[in-house]
Design a protein around this ligand. Structure first.
Ligand SMILES: Cc1ncc(COP(=O)(O)O)c(C=O)c1O
Length: 403
């Protein structure tokens, strides 16, 4: 499949659909993904991993293939490094609630984290969260990060950072951060919700203990995510979903958890989701993540150049679109991003997102409580759509005076 074929395979935009530029929230699904989900329900709607009949075996094979495809996509060792979750949020919660914390432990996050990579750590009793600050130019400040880690000293237990930010698309030097975390004997979790779906990521090279992402942000079914780690790393976590499928033995006197990933995946799985995941990952492995990234940067370049000099508009993050992947997040002085988002839809059929994007602390710190207007692309978006988005915003900026 190439990018043109991908575009044609997405039913919601292939004919008279909207211009969908809200992909950082959730991506659209190509027909093969929808067909795969449908296949589960209409052909083999049974239990995987436990039933030995033909349907059950087919589900087990597809589930294995989905895990294997994900492992290949991101350079994990293999299927046993993959725990399926509902989303990034649940994956991070499994780690945060799964660690046996000691009073005084410190977790280091950044000032641009999504609430999902902040609140779970803040909920842990006796644990202190320290924040590393971004540079004035919007880039990650490695020196400040190292200083925060050093100040935490032997209390540093976890470094949890978003690989690429949903706020502005910027990325951190993940490998260097990992080295610093390891120099301080800390665990390292990467929130990869906005990186794995959008560009090549080799998690072995980065050296994180845990990587969390959402499969619904990479053309997979909604309510599907993954936590990547190692069987040893998973063994260190207390399961937040213990029960069926998680034990190798149980009696009236006790139980023994299965080693590795299975003890974190209690209960019946999202089988239809595994079918859709298998298909989405096959498409991405065929397309190549480099191609996905290039298309998003092309689109971002057009939108960024087109809007950066408009009255009252400023783009969050560095000027170069290359550094912001597929995200153009715009602050609008004296104008309301929500109003713009609604008018973009009503007058131009363009779907963009307005608000705080679950990165509330950053907007409060920067005194921009109305948030931003965010355009986020995916591999199926086109150059023409980017140009139409620029024309639409330009018209609206001209038509709506600042207050
Ligand atoms: C960087 C980042 N982390 C975490 C999340 C949470 O993802 P989910 O809602 O799929 O759990 C998002 C969602 O936009 C995100 O962009």
């Amino acid at each position: 499949m190439n990018l043109k074929q991908l575009r044609e395979s997405v039913p919601t935009i292939s004919e008279d659909g909207p211009i969908y530029l809200d992909n950082a929230c959730v991506t659209l699904r190509p027909q093969p993904v929808i067909d795969a989900i449908n296949h589960y329900y209409t052909r083999e709607p049974s239990c995987g991993g436990r039933s030995a009949h033909k349907w059950g075996m087919a589900v087990t094979r597809t589930e294995f293939s989905a895990r294997d495809g994900i492992a290949k996509l991101i350079g994990a060792e293999g299927p046993s490094d993959v725990v399926f979750t509902r989303n990034t949020t649940q994956a991070i919660n499994q780690v945060a609630h799964g660690i046996n914390w000691s009073k005084g432990d410190i977790v280091v996050i950044s000032d641009k984290e999504h609430n999902s990579n902040s609140i779970p750590w803040r909920m842990q009793e006796g644990v202190e969260v320290k924040v590393t600050k971004t540079d004035e130019d919007g880039r990650f400040n490695l020196e400040h990060f190292e200083q925060v880690c050093s100040e935490a000293g032997s209390n540093l237990r976890m470094v949890a950072l978003s690989h690429s930010r949903n706020l502005d698309g910027t990325s951190i030097p993940a490998k260097e951060c990992g080295k610093i975390a390891k120099d301080h004997d800390s665990l390292y979790l990467l929130d990869a919700a906005q990186s794995v779906p959008h560009r090549p990521v080799d998690i072995r090279e980065i050296g994180a203990d845990f990587v969390a992402f959402s499969i619904h942000k990479m053309m997979g079914p909604s309510g599907m995510g993954a936590l990547i780690g190692s069987p040893d790393g998973f063994d260190q976590l207390k399961s937040i979903a213990a029960g069926g499928q998680t034990v190798s033995h149980s009696s009236l006197d006790g139980f023994t958890f299965k080693p590795g990933a299975p003890h974190l995946e209690g209960g019946l799985g999202h089988y239809a989701g595994y079918y859709g995941t298998n298909s989405a990952v096959q498409i991405l492995n065929e397309l190549s993540m480099e191609q996905v990234h290039q298309r998003e940067v092309e689109i971002n370049t057009i939108i960024s150049k087109g809007v950066k000099n408009l009255d009252g508009i400023s783009i969050i993050g560095p000027e170069s679109a290359e550094e912001r992947g597929g995200i153009t997040s715009i602050l609008m002085e004296g104008r309301d991003p929500h109003q713009f988002s609604m008018l973009l839809d009503e007058a131009f059929g363009i779907y963009a997102r307005s608000g705080l994007h679950c990165v509330d602390p950053w907007f409060h710190e920067n005194q921009t409580p109305r948030g931003s207007l965010r355009f986020s692309s995916y591999a199926y978006n086109t150059i023409d759509e980017a140009k139409l988005a620029v024309e639409a915003i330009s018209e609206l900026v001209e038509a709506i005076p600042r207050t």
